[in-house]
Write a protein that binds this ligand. Structure first.
Ligand SMILES: Nc1ncnc2c1ncn2[C@@H]1O[C@H](COP(=O)(O)OP(=O)(O)OP(=O)(O)O)[C@@H](O)[C@H]1O
Ligand SMILES: [Mg+2]
Length: 251
């Protein structure tokens, strides 16, 4: 069993007296491609916000490669190796596709993640930015203004920007949201292909059970303020508690 890259211990979080998590515990092995599922409002995005430093937990530890990152600043956590693509895309629409990736490559190299780091054209940075665009299938759109891309391609760019941070672990919050069925499967294939090629740990939130069960090595179900179940797609899709609490007639 590979060592855990991320270990969550006794995590609790409330907003204005309303508890989202109570004593959540789980561990993600290095290199895993896994998903988090659960009803609307179960706290999936909140979990990502806690892992990436956008929220501070009330209690508990978030151990990333042994370091407790709970409550650290987001830029610090990015520097340690966790990047995130957002439920809504996070790109600068007036910049070109290449510029969006290049600015992040440059800031990541300088350890200056303000995203407004001085814009200099080093050959190596350029090469790296192109390589990332090739990995996500956007190299031939490098000079396009980002805001003019189709939704599916904006999502690819968002993932490219996250990859430019050179993460060890990538979090994807509903990467296929708002896409046509065809775009969805292209995005799923992209995610799977990136995982196979780059060998980074990936954790994604997704509502489409065909996608979840189709590509996850492991599925964790967030429900009733805790991890209700974790297991392989086969185990989760036949778990009676999960079916009653969440999957219902979907399976
Ligand atoms: N910043 C915040 N302030 C107050 N309440 C919040 C905040 N962020 C999330 N919540 C609440 O926490 C709960 C979990 O929300 P969250 O967005 O994490 O759910 P989710 O599982 O991602 O849902 P969805 O599937 O709809 O994206 C909800 O009740 C939400 O209203
Ligand atoms: Mg959410």
């Amino acid at each position: 069993m590979p060592e855990a890259i991320l270990k969550i211990e006794g995590l609790s979080k409330s907003f204005e007296g309303s508890q989202v998590f109570n004593d959540v515990n789980f561990a993600i092995p290095e290199g895993e491609l896994s998903s988090i599922i659960g009803p609307n409002g179960a706290g999936k995005t909140t979990l990502f916000n806690l892992i990436t430093g956008y929220h501070v937990p009330d209690k508990g530890k978030i151990l990333f490669r042994g370091t407790n990152i709970a409550g650290m600043q987001p830029f610090h956590i990015v520097g340690l190796g966790i990047a995130r693509a957002f439920q809504r895309t996070n790109i600068f629409p007036r910049m070109t596709v290449l510029e969006n990736v290049l600015t992040t490559v440059i800031s990541a190299r300088k350890g200056n993640l303000s995203l407004f780091a001085p814009f200099r054209n080093h050959d190596k940075d350029h090469e790296r930015a192109y390589e990332i665009l090739e990995n996500v299938g956007l190299a031939d759109m490098a000079s396009r203004e980002s805001g003019t891309l189709a939704h599916g391609n904006q999502k690819r760019l968002d993932i490219a920007v996250a990859l430019a941070l050179e993460p060890k672990m990538l979090l994807l919050d509903e990467p296929t949201a708002g896409m046509s069925p065809e775009e969805r499967w292209h995005t799923v294939e992209l995610v799977k292909g990136l995982w196979e090629k780059l060998k980074i740990t990936m954790l994604f939130i997704e509502h489409d059970m065909d996608i979840v069960f189709g590509i996850s090595q492991k599925v964790r179900v967030l429900c009733y303020k805790t991890i209700l179940a974790e297991g392989t797609p086969k185990e989760i899709s036949s778990n009676q508690q999960v079916i009653e609490a969440y999957l219902g007639e979907e399976v």
